[in-house]
Write a protein that binds this ligand. Structure first.
Ligand code: NAD
Ligand code: UGA
Length: 477
């Protein structure tokens, strides 16, 4: 890449858009990078060098891009950003659509995505051919049963066609799925296992792939160049496979509890088989996050709508197991306390996993709601998740707690969270929940009865029993 000759822009400055752009700017000093978003507060926050969310190791890469390479800017001027760019990443949000009758619907809310594509269409110019890279993933229902669901690239092409008489002269649509996981996103982006590029199979597709390899020339990784449909479906399948591993290990947790086996031992035994691999075998209260459930539903829906019912049933069991695990653990906790209205419970962790402040689709929301509904007083602690995110997520998942007063979000304040509590429930596997001073905590809890539920199996039971916890439940043990 020649210095200052190639500009990429990300439409969307959220997790994917900002992090991908910051890493690109940090790794490729010759590239010009623009991050744009409709959210002025978010752009202000990036421009003022304040991070809008917590992500480990972000500061160093941000510093390289912003202060050292000085090749990144953040703006709300979206059309200007597109105008300046040679390649555009679409990284806007595609949240689950809320269904007024049944709460969360199965579809994604496409209004942000469609609007972004319309803006991009309005900037189409046959004199400046641009690469349009899709990173957003979503699912849509079809009205006419039996029709093949459109791929993302087809939806984009359809929107471009409404404004442009020959969209292919203005844009080449490419699928480059993002595989980053929050909490380890910087490492994932710096050292990706692979970069998947889905393009048309013609000469233009080949040339576009070469340009993309140029954008990523400083990254030590392998490229997988495939046709666009494979790339899109590959992303869906990758998330489905990861989620399936979690449901598989979770499906063994109760069997371990009842037979005296340990689910960690099981993970070790199967994970040390190279063919299986050690990752993604941690039992949990369920998987959460913005994509697993959405992508699995999407896969099930695509299979169903194509009449591939048995395959759809297979993948829907992964979702079923996820739901089952939450219900089983909630019922188990409730069964320990005969008088909910006289019982205070403390939940440790609301983020959907450790090392992120993100709470989207966190499984813990289900526990908070279930316990509040039963009449317990529930206190929630999390080192990074904030109160606003807590309320938004409860609402998003369809849990109406607005009229309830038997809960308190305590942020990172341990004293507030544990005072006179009858139980600690570890929901998120934050490292500090392993090392925190449980002697101090036990001292502040209810003196006559305190229990411990470790839904992430991260703490040793024996020291806790010694501190006077009447019962210590460790998931899968
Ligand atoms: P996010 O909500 O953090 O960020 C999306 C941003 O897009 C928001 O800041 C929003 O204001 C902005 N936006 C909306 N409409 C816009 C428009 N018309 N013009 C400019 N900006 C606009 O979402 P995210 O987590 O970054 O996810 C983005 C997409 O990537 C989603 O489709 C998601 O499914 C997918 N994805 C996410 C992850 C992840 O780990 N978070 C990983 C892979 C893929
Ligand atoms: C996941 C994928 O890992 C990414 O590759 C993908 O890009 C991303 O979804 C996406 O498409 O959005 P993310 O959701 O950020 O990333 O985080 P994960 O580490 O995958 O965790 C997802 C959920 O599974 C969390 O609730 C986590 O606690 C849970 N989990 C994970 C387990 O219960 N057990 C495990 O062994 C691993």
């Amino acid at each position: 890449l020649e210095e200052g000759k190639f500009t990429v822009c990300s439409v969307g400055a959220g997790y994917v858009g900002s992090l991908t752009s910051i890493i690109l700017a940090a790794q490729q000093p010759n590239l010009k990078v623009i991050v744009c978003d409709v959210n002025q507060d978010l752009i202000n926050s990036w421009s003022d060098q304040r991070y809008p969310f917590y992500e480990p190791e972000l500061d160093r890469q941000f510093d390289i891009a912003v202060n050292q390479n000085k090749n990144i800017k953040f703006t709300t001027k979206i059309t200007d950003a597109i105008q300046e760019s040679d390649a555009i990443f679409i990284c806007v949000n595609t949240p689950p659509k809320k269904d007024l009758i049944s709460g969360l619907g199965k579809e994604s809310d496409m209004k942000y995505f469609d609007l972004a594509c319309q803006t991009i269409a309005s900037m189409g110019d046959p004199k400046k051919h641009r690469i349009l890279i899709e990173k957003s993933t979503f699912q849509i229902q079809l009205n006419i049963l039996g029709t093949v669901p459109v791929g993302t690239h087809k939806r984009i092409h359809g929107i471009l066609s409404q404004k442009l008489s020959n969209p292919d002269d203005c844009y080449t649509i490419v699928s480059m799925p993002e595989f980053l996981a929050e909490g380890v996103a910087i490492q994932n982006l710096l050292f990706p296992d692979r970069i998947v590029v889905g393009t048309p199979t013609d000469k233009n597709g080949m040339e576009t792939f070469e340009v993309i390899k140029g954008i990523y020339s400083n990254f030590q990784t392998k490229f997988i160049h495939v046709k666009t449909a494979s790339s899109e479906l590959g992303k869906l399948f990758a998330n489905a496979m990861l989620a399936q591993r979690i449901s598989s290990i979770n499906s063994m947790s109760q069997l371990c509890e009842t037979t005296g086996a340990s689910v960690q031992d099981l993970s070790k035994i199967v994970g040390s088989d190279k063919r299986i691999g050690q990752y993604f075998l941690n039992a949990s209260p369920a998987f959460g996050g913005s994509c697993f459930e959405k992508d699995l539903q999407s896969l099930v829906y695509i299979l169903e709508s194509l009449g591939q019912t048995d395959q759809a049933m297979y993948w829907s069991q992964v979702l079923h197991m996820n739901q089952f695990q939450k219900r089983r653990l909630l019922d188990m906790i409730i069964s320990e306390f005969p008088n909910p209205s006289e019982t205070v419970l403390t939940i440790f962790g609301f983020a959907f996993k450790k090392n992120t402040s993100d709470t989207r689709m966190t499984p813990i929301a289900y526990f908070v709601n279930g316990l509040i509904e039963k009449g317990f007083f529930v206190r929630i602690h999390d080192p990074q998740a904030n109160e606003r995110g807590f309320y938004l997520e409860m609402e998003m998942q369809g849990f109406d707690i607005a009229e309830r007063f038997n809960f308190q979000f305590c942020g990172s304040d341990y004293n507030k969270a544990v005072a006179n509590s009858n139980a600690i429930i570890i929901g998120t596997e934050w490292d500090e929940y392993i090392t925190t001073n449980y002697r101090n905590i036990r001292d502040q809890m209810n003196q006559s009865r305190a229990l411990f539920f470790d839904l992430r199996s991260i703490v040793d039971e024996e020291p806790l029993k010694y501190l006077g916890f009447e019962k210590v439940f460790k998931l899968g043990n």
